[in-house]
Design a protein around this ligand. Sequence first.
Ligand SMILES: [Zn+2]
Length: 292
Amino acid sequence: MPRLLTLLLILGLAAPALAETAPQVTVTPLKGTLYLLQGRGGNVVASVGDDGVLLVDDDFADLAPAYTAALAEVGGEGASPAYVLNTHWHTDHAGGNAFWGERDATIVAHANVRARMSTEQDMKALGRVVPPSPAVALPVVTYGENMGLHFNGMDIDLQHYPAGHTDGDTIVYFGAQNVVHMGDHFFKDRFPFIDLGSGGSVAGYIANVEAVLARIDADTVIVPGHGDIATKEDLERFHWMLVATSSQVTKARAQGQPGGVIVAHGLGPEWSSWGGGFVKEPQWIQTLLASP
Ligand SMILES: [Zn+2]
């Protein structure tokens, strides 16, 4: 027994130390100049071609050296983005902005991303306060509804959607390549985090997912904010989960059940596998109950 305890202690201590010293980013080719880069936070899409490098999202700040290594792998030594597009302000998606901003990347995002990154954000749902970002990390090109960007021979459409995951989300469409980066409007096979404190809403989130479904087809390569590469079928399954669980909670509330009872009762075995990620089932029910 003491030997087992020692082993567990060694494993417990060694694993995080290893992760801290050698953060890894895996590279998966998508289509044409596009690659999926995966570290510890949100998924990153890179385009590497004749015009240089463009990133959609840049993960947590401490992963920047690992992304430097990953970009060198596909773009040659010293490859660095000319553009960084942010799908939204969260630090697991825009945490690398300061690093790339200092290296002359032009950061592009919806106007609300710049507004939220400019001021302290109290993320009550996570018990965390995020301080304002330094000026070099802020988007310098912002837009309201949408924006076109033409790079490496691609026509890239940055489309803002009304308050869903936050109030400043963009979904990035690589039209001719039929690749979409959905940001945190898609957690593959997981309950999503919807940031009600950043202007998000469940109804808006569902409507936005429906708008994406109407725009894509069976051949579209979907990059979710979190999880592996997905298809329209995966997004349809996610949409069904959103609709079914939210109507279940709405119905229970209409019957007068107190929130605590609804949370304790749970959503049923059909949905239990969806709670295996960052957002567990009780937190998802709390979000459904609290959403405006
Ligand atoms: Zn997010």
